[in-house]
Each structure stands twice: as structure tokens, then as C-alpha cells.
Design a protein around this ligand. Structure first.
Ligand code: NDP
Length: 480
């Protein structure tokens, strides 16, 4: 049994209450860790430490902060294997995926923002012969960062790194479902960062998360998670005039035109549907295929999905591991049942997988493809966030743009066509914050990242993140 600690004022400490929550290994369905069940007292201690550290951290200068963050990069890279195994144990994802994607991306986040801050500059506006304006961008103070369970260290560091680089001090909470790598990061940071600069408080969303969001001295909140939680957070934070960045849910369309590079589209559609058990906010869950190639694509796609191996996350040949938790597994089952009631036909999958031996209590689900659902039914409207996709034919470009946009969400879209004009037209008309054309999950960390409509407010990435984590002040000097 592993007991996790909070990281407050540079020290690894138990929760004030002495209470812990069970941390479960979803691949075996067994408790393996004790996670601090923190409350307002722990959050207050973290805020006090962050406040005390702010003055010196914010005045340290970009180069010195860069140097600190680059030490974290080195430490993450040195601990790659340990962190990848921990991520897999906590989340159920395959170890190969955590090794190739999650953990390298966590160190890239630190590397990217450590170097970005060295190049961060602000604007000047010259009023000819009258005045000069220049914009000062100063760190905000103590900021709150709250992240979800699907890409635990990857998304946690995506918030913490720009916040720290910009000179803020941080009170952060990872998901209580997957806190292990955030704890390992705190062990790393305790050796590197000055006390109080980064504070990590573990616990339940409704208790620890709520205490962070409603704390009057935390003046900005960067949150990634579900839309309902985002709505709740906005209700608390907005009347307190906190700066808010909300990265929320999605129901992303994958649009495949008959003039696409067929093999590339087919292969990538499998990846964009089922990587990380479909538990990536950017996964496509509604696949629309143009009629001329629909039957062939459907047959080939289903064949490829049937070949996906699901099981022990430690084995390289398994493309999918376990679903993150029992309640999430049950939610996925609920939606597959709903799909059947809504007239959907299961082309493949649709059931739990019962493994043998040590994994017999684990939470596994078949990659699932459903046909025959109306574009506006609940299954095609609500976020399932698991290995379940629908497949639907379409005739014309305008029609599929309507299907793609028929959602309260607007996070990401995936378009497949070799017609350049069409690519531009469709990308322009789809209402999502990100459109990938002939690729998926190709990320440049400089680009704005975020969603429209119920998928969020604000953008992360590149200068957007550094602007969010700083307060702009215009100074206007009149020329005599
Ligand atoms: P949740 O909204 O349930 O939780 C996200 C985080 O918020 C967790 O740390 C959670 O803690 C915490 N939290 C929950 N309630 C509160 C509260 N009242 N006040 C403050 N914090 C709270 O999301 P999930 O963890 O289930 O993550 C899945 C969701 O995240 C999906 O909807 C997915 O689309 C979205 N997501 C969006 C991304 C994007 O970039 N747009 C990227 C990745 C995921 P705890 O876990 O302890 O409850």
C-alpha cells in the first residue's frame, strides 16, 4: 500500500484531518494507495505558503525561473520509466502509451514554458507625436490549477508549467482518481523548487477542489474537466471576479469525405477513436463517412477495431488497457444500452471484457462501433468519454457540416479530404476550437488550445497561456 502526501510549503505532509481516500488500480480493481482526503485547512496552509513565496518567485526574473523549471524537465526525463508505470497503475492506460506520450509530454510542457517565458514580450502602441503606450504583464499572484484523470500528469503540468514560468505561485489539485504521478512530481519538486512556489493538495473535487475555487486569495483558476463541473466552478468564481480558464468536455466529429487518402483516414480513425480507451477529450466519437465509400469504410473499420487487443496494460501488444474506474465503466455500459434503445445497431463490441487471473476484477470494455443512430439522439449528443463511437453516412458537404455542428460541444474536429478548397471551407465552418485536417492529435504547443460553446472558455497553449497567467497593465506616457 502506497500512502500519498500533500506537498505544502516545500514539504510532503499528511492531510490535516488524517483522513484518506482509497486509490484504485483499475487494471485489477484493487486498492493500492491511500490518497489524502484534504479539506479547507490544507488548502489554507497551501495558500499561506504560496502567498509567502510569491514576492521572491515573481521577482526572480525569467532566466532564473527558466533554470528551475529545466531542472524539473531533467528529473522527469530521468524518472520516465517510474512515472510511466505509476501513470498506468493509477489510470489503467497501457504503459507503452504513458511512456511514449503522457510522461514525455509532461516534461515537454515544462521545457516549452521554461523557454517560452524567455521570449515573452509585450506590446507597445505609439500614438505619433502624442504618447507612447506600453503593456506590462505581471504575474497574478496565487493561482489554482485543477486537472482531470484521463491524462493525469500531462494535463496537470500543462497548467502548472505556464503558471510558474509566468511568476505565479500555485495551489494545484489533480483528480483524486489519478493522483499518483502528481505525488511523484511533488517528490521531484521538493528537491528543486523553493518552498511554497508549488503546492499540491490531494482530495475530492467537491471538498478540496471547491475550497480552492472559492478561496478569496486565489485569484485565477485554470480548470480542465467535465462541462457540469466547469459550470459549477464558474458560478462560484465569476461573482468573485476571478480570472477563469475552462477546458471542458467534447463530442468530436470525424468527417471522412470520399476523396480522402483512404488508408491513412482508416488507420487514423481507429487511433482517434480508441487511443487511451477513448478517454481523451480530443478523441472523435461521431464518425461521418460520405456515402460513396461508406459501406467499404464501415467494413474495414469494424474489421480493424475487432483486431484491437485489450488487456494487461503492461503488455506492449495491448492497444487498450482498463477503463479508469468502476463508475466510469458503468457509465459507458449505460450509454451502450441507451444507444440500443435509440435504435443503434452494435457492429462490434458493446460489452465488458472479463479477463483471467490477477486482472479478473479489472474494468475492461470492448472497443465499440454503433450504426443507425440519428445525429441528434442522446447517444450522439452526450459525452461518453470511453471506447464507443457511432458511424453515420452523409451525402453532401453542407449536410455533414450541420451534423458536425449539431452539438452543444465545440472542442475538436477531424476532417479527411484531399481537396484543398474543401479542407479550408469545412475547417472554417465547423464550430470547434481545433480542426485537424488529414491528421489527428498533431500538437504544436505554440497554438491556441481550447473549445467553443460548452467545451470551454479561454485558450491554453503558447502565448495564450502566458497571457492568462499574467495581468496586463497599459502605461500611457504623454510626450511633451
Ligand atoms: P471532472 O469535472 O469530474 O473533474 C475534473 C477535476 O475537477 C478533478 O480534479 C475533480 O476532482 C475536480 N472537481 C470536481 N468537482 C469539483 C468542484 N466542485 N470544485 C472544484 N473541483 C472539482 O472531470 P473528470 O475528471 O471526470 O474528467 C473528464 C472530463 O474532462 C471530460 O468531460 C473530458 O472531456 C474533460 N476533459 C477536457 C479536456 C479539454 O482540454 N477540454 C481535456 C481532458 C479532459 P475529483 O476527481 O477529485 O472529483
Amino acid at each position: 500500500m502506497i500512502t500519498l502526501s500533500n506537498y505544502i510549503n516545500g514539504k510532503l505532509v499528511p492531510p490535516a484531518s488524517g483522513n484518506y481516500i482509497d486509490g484504485v488500480d483499475p487494471s485489477r480493481g484493487k486498492v493500492f494507495s491511500k490518497v489524502p482526503d484534504s479539506d479547507e485547512k490544507d488548502v489554507q496552509a497551501a495558500v499561506d505558503a504560496a502567498k509567502a513565496a510569491f514576492e521572491s518567485w515573481s521577482n526572480l526574473g525569467n532566466e532564473k525561473r527558466h533554470d528551475y523549471l529545466m531542472k524539473i524537465v531533467e528529473a522527469i526525463e530521468m524518472n520516465l520509466e517510474k512515472l510511466a508505470k505509476a501513470e498506468s497503475l493509477d489510470n489503467g492506460k497501457p504503459v507503452w502509451l504513458a511512456t511514449e506520450v503522457d510522461i514525455p509530454r509532461a516534461s515537454s510542457n515544462f521545457k516549452f514554458f521554461a523557454t517560452a517565458i524567455m521570449h515573452f514580450a509585450s506590446e507597445a502602441h505609439n500614438m505619433e507625436n502624442t504618447a507612447i503606450n506600453y503593456t506590462l504583464r505581471r504575474p497574478i499572484g496565487v493561482v489554482g490549477c485543477i486537472s482531470p484523470w484521463n491524462l493525469p500528469l500531462y494535463l496537470f503540468t500543462w497548467k502548472i508549467a505556464p503558471a510558474l514560468a509566468a511568476g505565479n505561485t500555485v495551489v494545484a489539485k489533480p483528480s483524486e482518481i489519478t493522483p499518483y504521478t502528481a505525488f511523484l512530481l511533488s517528490e521531484i519538486c521538493a528537491e528543486i523548487l523553493p518552498p511554497g512556489v508549488l503546492n499540491i493538495v490531494h482530495g475530492l473535487g467537491g471538498k478540496t477542489g471547491n475550497a480552492i475555487v472559492s478561496h478569496p486569495e486565489i485569484t485565477a483558476i485554470s480548470f480542465t474537466g467535465g462541462t457540469k463541473t466547469g459550470e459549477h466552478i464558474a458560478r462560484i468564481a465569476a461573482p468573485m471576479f476571478k480570472k477563469l480558464s475552462l477546458e471542458l468536455g467534447g463530442k468530436n466529429p470525424t468527417v471522412i469525405f470520399d476523396d480522402c487518402d483512404y488508408e491513412h483516414a482508416l488507420k487514423t480513425a481507429v487511433r482517434s477513436s480508441f487511443t487511451n480507451q477513448g478517454e481523451i477529450c480530443l478523441c472523435g466519437s461521431r464518425i461521418f463517412v460520405q456515402k460513396k465509400i461508406y459501406e467499404k469504410f464501415k467494413t474495414d473499420f469494424v474489421q480493424k477495431v475487432k483486431e484491437i487487443k485489450v488487456g494487461d496494460p503492461n503488455h506492449r501488444e495491448n492497444y487498450m488497457g482498463a477503463i479508469v474506474s468502476k463508475p466510469h465503466l458503468e457509465k459507458i455500459e449505460y450509454y451502450v444500452d441507451l444507444a440500443k434503445k435509440e435504435g443503434g445497431k452494435i457492429l462490434t463490441g458493446g460489452k465488458r471484457i472479463q479477463l483471467e487471473g490477477e486482472f479478473s476484477e479489472g474494468y475492461y470494455f470492448e472497443p465499440t462501433v454503433i450504426e443507425g443512430l440519428a445525429f441528434d439522439c442522446k447517444t450522439n449528443q452526450e459525452e461518453i468519454f470511453g471506447p464507443v463511437v457511432s458511424i453515420t453516412p452523409f451525402d453532401a458537404e453542407e449536410e455533414v457540416i450541420n451534423y458536425a455542428n449539431a452539438s452543444v460541444y465545440g472542442l475538436a474536429a477531424n476532417v479527411w479530404t484531399l481537396d484543398l478548397n474543401r479542407a479550408h471551407r469545412v475547417a472554417e465552418k465547423i464550430k470547434t476550437g481545433i480542426v485537424w485536417v488529414n491528421c489527428w492529435l498533431l500538437r504544436d504547443l505554440r497554438t491556441p488550445f481550447g473549445g467553443m460553446k460548452s467545451s470551454g472558455v479561454g485558450r491554453e497553449g503558447g502565448w495564450e497561456a502566458l497571457k492568462f497567467f499574467t495581468e496586463a497593465k497599459n502605461v500611457c506616457i504623454k510626450l511633451s
